[in-house]
Ligand binder design. Sequence first.
Ligand SMILES: *Cc1c(COP(=O)(O)O)cnc(C)c1O
Length: 414
Amino acid sequence: MDYTNLKNQDQAVFKTIEKEKKRQINEIELIASENYVSLAVLEAMGSVLTNKYSEGYPDHRYYGGNQIIDLVENIAIERAKKLFDAEHVNVQPLSGSPANAAVYFAFLKPGDKVMGLKLDHGGHLSHGHPINFSGMLYDFVQYEVDSKTEKIDMEAVRKLALKEKPKMIVAGYSAYSREIEWDKFKEIADEVGAFTFADIAHTAGLIVTKKMSNPVPFFDVVSTTTHKTLRGPRGAMIMCKERYAKQVDRAVFPGMQGGPHDHITAAKAVAFGEALKPEFAEYGEQVIKNAQTMAKEFKNRGYRVISDGTDNHLMVIDMTSKDIDGKTVEAVLEKCGISVSRSTIPNDPNPPMKPSGVRFGTPAITTRGMKEVEIKKVVEWIDKAIQNRDNKEVLKGIQIEVKDFSQKFPIPSA
Ligand SMILES: *Cc1c(COP(=O)(O)O)cnc(C)c1O
């Protein structure tokens, strides 16, 4: 996009967008929750649909003039149903956290007991953290990963569920690199009479390519963001069994939100259309191959990979295996033009602001066309930067190499 009008009208904002575009072009993006949308998705987001108010749902709106918006929302819904084999879809949630708020609102009363994975074990703030609305409004009990395997131990989950008798069990995480045993979660939930809620914000794009298992056919309700591996606009959606359709829709609107963002709905439809294509399956496969190559490269260089590997697009590395903490690594890599996010590790001895780990992900660089050879190069730079963390010249040298390298892999929407 060339932003001609913006440039003529508002230099201040235009310049920041140009600068951010350059940063994206010149840097290596390894934040596991980020991706690059296509130009088509970007154009839909920048469309006149932003001018419309559409409170309600197709054929049941609280404003006139929504015949065309109905069409676009229905396209998004139909494509999402096909992608995930879903009975009912609500494409209006504004983002992942509001979608989760709507799910709780639809199925629970304040004070109800819910089971979710502990944040520092890979869970999300909206799965019961005390500083988040979820932890304030509901009585969360947290399960953990096994201290030895660093994977979820389903027998431990079962024991906790039998003891606590939650009304809902949440599975699906932000910093967990392993396949999730949805079927076992479902069995346990049935045993204690709990609702099953899967939050596939991170792995949705891998699930639609059938590289990871899909909870939608047998979970009661599933939420996902649309901007992570799914490579769509910033936003979210909720999928559920037909019998919960009404309560979920009511929880989103009028329960939680006002008017939907129709331009984003259009962009979601475009992204879902892209995800239905065979190229997207190839993309998903490459994302995982790249992550597995990255984990192996780190291990070869003596880094401790949490749970000893990955089945998806991300991994958490315990940086204390190199006598450094995650926050320092994040800052060192930033100087080299490599973006990562610090992360806690299970049972982290260090505080959350200066945790032991770093989370690395491959969705963004795979969109740029990077494959195994490039991944090896990237890990080499990361390792070199960590080893030479106090040497400004070496870090500067890496930054120049990273910039040259990155420019060879265009960003679709920049
Ligand atoms: C990213 C994420 C969310 C929140 O998404 P936002 O759009 O940032 O609100 C929710 N759940 C999980 C598991 C996530 O990883």
